[in-house]
Design a protein around this ligand. Sequence first.
Ligand code: PFF
Length: 473
Amino acid sequence: MSAGRKRGLWGTRFGFYLAAIGSAFGLGNLWRFPYVTVENGGGAFVLLYVLFAICIGLPLLIGELMLGKLSRKSVVQASLSLDEGDGKSFASLAPLPRSKTSWAWIGRFSAFACLLILAYYAVISGWVLHFLMQFFFGHLMSGSYDAENSLRVLRENGWLQILLASVHLLLSLIVVAKGVQEGMEKWVSNAMPVFVVLLIVLVTKSLSLQTAPDALRFLFYPDFTKLTPFSMLHALGHVFFTLSIGIGTMVTFGSYLNEQTHLPSAGFRVTSIDTLISLFAGLLIFPLLAGATPKNVGPELLFQTLPGLLQSLDNGFLFGMAFFICLYLAALGASIGLLESVVANVLDMTGLSRAKATWLTGGAAFLFAIIPALSTSSFRRVKIHGYGLLDILDTVLINGILPLAALGLALAVASKLKPASMEAEFVNDDSIATRKMYKHWCFVMRWAAPTTIMLAFLLAGWGIVRTFLFSGI
Ligand code: PFF
């Protein structure tokens, strides 16, 4: 941020919750959670996911909010100032000089990962737009909707995917260019109530289906034999993705928080609401999926199976439209959070105006989106062990880069922030409970989270070796 520019703050306390939950809740909950759960065998994975969300995700989320709140900077500048010694330089709002030390690199890595995830996310959000329009116009023109054909059209036309991703990025740009209060906060506070009502209606409908008991068993009965060596990393990666941790979004959101906010309470509310919404999304989607045999368990699962099933219900058109609108609102809210986070970094580092920084970031995201957008057409022959480019990108970004970035940020926060400042964020009422909570949090940040992430990487590494040995390559 240039020295003279005033940093935006949330207009109301509610504004932070709306934005953080709006950003946390997105395609990760509705589109990714179902297929990752199917890939990892159901109940046992769901249990692992909930456990990691509370024991690892929540502490890391608090840590990132803390880094933002104490520094009043976004992740690149905040981690740069960690090098200046115990966060003392946090008082300065001017851009800091370049540094070659490791903490600064963690910030840059996080922000770059955020840009890549925004690009990938824009492509999938473009898919949602496509299915929304196909569903609507299909019914309008011919009274029905051909799921197979819609998917084929999308797959074969890389340029269509590029166009849809650009439209989505453009919508996000318009909101972010307006600033924190006028743009993001206003948008989320209008969209959120619509979204919650739609979700409740859909879940009620889904749970009334005959397949609901099977779906509940699949989701909540833990069969640990179904877990694979990759499940731990998949669960952690998904927790980081769905809570928007590791790529600096929560550092940016924390930097807009006012002094009085008690971070552990804020982190707890965001984590619990996001996890509950994921489970809620499972309750919506699995009863519908239990009636079908998916051909392709992967990123296409939701789009392949669900639209056809939705239209086979009574009032299927209405439910289908409600579902796609819900999905798109979620995608847009999360994309706005991702874009805001990168833009805040650009603003902190340069003297650019918000509008210019937003367009610049949008342009970069558009360029990076070209590869995933062409993954099912021009690059369809790129395959590793049967997995297409989109699966590979998803794994590299979410199961690789995200846990690494989260690990780096956790260590940066725990070892470089001033202990007294960190403790003050926890202990707000002099009670023993908050002191104990602080001690637990320190332990997780320094030891438990890094060890769990490393263990997950080791297990997945062993899984890869085992796969190659057994397949004789
Ligand atoms: N949490 C979002 C989801 O579950 O779809 C995705 C996301 C948004 C990830 C913002 C990261 C982020 F910074």
